[in-house]
Design a binder for this molecule. Structure first.
Ligand SMILES: [Ca+2]
Length: 404
């Protein structure tokens, strides 16, 4: 278990409004469980309730009963805090943190700050105060507005900790679009997430913060460890989607993974900085997808056309539309599929151009599928020489065996 033997320091903090930040110390005297402060932003705005900033400690010994602490109570006899254990500090967005634990004989190396949104930059600021000696900072969709152009002192950057990783899910709105860590995972390109509504008629959550919060959802999923969420190094998303980046050779073949593995599983030294990594996800838990490169070669077309590619495994289907032009005959696209390539049981091509395109029949010289990154390089699975009439569909069953 990843969480075994780890002290889990959980700072629950409220919105930072200058003088209203008051640590609650009335709950410190005994071992009663502290209540989580569940004031919503709306309640705060409507009622101007008093903000009740708390620092809560959770350890293996009190997993269901948070212990509130302040600077002095942390080292008292009844405190569950053990400075010799690795410590995680979670900072949510729009918060303010005072690092108290670091003054109590802990090794800075044993601290891992996990900051959400603005909390990521707060963690970076704490890292700066400790001259980058903190063990690790993880930024979950570090806030973007105002920080993109900020100098490294004012935002999270690789110099803030021994290792900094970040997950980007809403870099076109609440999140930051530039790399801020040693490794930066850009999920589905980092801007918009699958399964999040794109219409303002959907629920407020789906439309406004679903992309931003996906970083947190995916990180939680990674902590559950049900499947690997690997990032593939590439300089930009367009190249990634065209299958121009398919390996992790720069990491000696071991792709960095989201989660708690030491240095995201990177074993090379020195660790690169601001390395952009891309991965596709599915729309729901546990979010892991297999990256399948589809390569299509067609005979030269007279007019532009459209082909829908469908990969099927059992009842799972993944679809993607390819727009075909007259000046190109080879097309490459990466699809996110829920199963490994060896479980794909059929591939279907549909000449969907009937309504909008005038191209009649399409001659497909070959269609090939390959999963990446792959430890064992395998030849792609290909089907050759296919004619698809206007509006028609073609499908082919694949007989494959998974050898793992
Ligand atoms: Ca977005």
């Amino acid at each position: 278990m990843l969480w075994e033997c780890k002290t889990f320091l959980f700072c629950v903090l409220s919105v930072y409004i200058t003088s209203l930040v008051v640590a609650s110390d009335e709950r410190q005297q005994d071992n009663h469980c502290a209540d989580l402060n569940n004031i919503t932003w709306r309640e705060y705005q409507q009622q101007r309730v008093r903000l009740n900033v708390q620092y809560l400690l959770l350890t293996r010994k009190n997993m269901d009963c948070p212990q509130a602490f302040n600077e002095t109570s942390l080292t008292m006899e009844n405190s569950y805090f053990n400075p010799s254990r690795p410590t995680k500090v979670i900072i949510h967005g729009y918060s303010y943190v005072r690092v108290t634990a670091a003054n109590h004989g802990c090794r800075l190396q044993s601290f891992h700050f996990i900051g959400v949104s603005l909390g990521a930059h707060v963690a970076g600021f704490v890292g700066t105060l400790f001259e980058g000696k903190i063990g690790r900072i993880t930024g979950l969709d570090p806030a973007g507005p105002m920080f993109k152009g900020a100098d490294t002192y004012s935002r999270l950057d690789p110099s803030d900790a021994q290792f900094v990783d970040a997950i980007h899910t809403d870099s076109d709105y609440f999140g930051i679009s530039i790399p801020v860590g040693h490794v930066d995972f850009f999920l589905n390109g980092g801007k918009d997430q699958i399964g999040c509504a794109r219409s303002r008629f959907d629920s407020m959550y789906s439309y406004v913060i679903c992309d931003h919060m996906r970083a947190l959802d995916v990180y939680m999923s990674a902590l559950n460890g049900s499947c690997p969420l690997m990032g593939i190094p590439c300089s930009n998303y367009e190249d990634f989607l065209k299958g121009r980046c398919m390996d992790c050779d720069i990491f000696r073949g071991k792709c960095p993974v989201i989660g708690l593995s030491e240095n995201s599983g990177i074993s090379i030294s020195p660790i690169p900085k601001e390395q952009t990594l891309f991965l596709l996800t599915t729309s729901s838990q546990p979010y892991c997808a297999h990256h399948i490169l589809v390569e299509l070669e067609v005979s030269k077309l007279d007019k532009s056309a459209e082909i829908e590619v469908t990969l099927t495994a059992d009842i799972l289907e993944t679809k993607q539309i390819l727009r075909l032009q007259t000046d190109t005959t080879v097309y490459r696209t990466v699809m996110a599929h829920s199963t490994p390539q060896c479980e794909i049981s059929s591939i279907r091509l549909t000449n969907t151009g009937a309504r909008f395109y005038r191209q009649a029949e399409i001659h497909v010289k070959s269609v090939c599928v390959t999963e990446f990154p792959s430890l064992r390089r395998k030849d792609p699975v290909c089907v050759n020489n296919i004619n698809i009439k206007r509006g028609a569909r073609w499908s082919h069953d694949l007989v494959q065996l998974c050898d793992f």
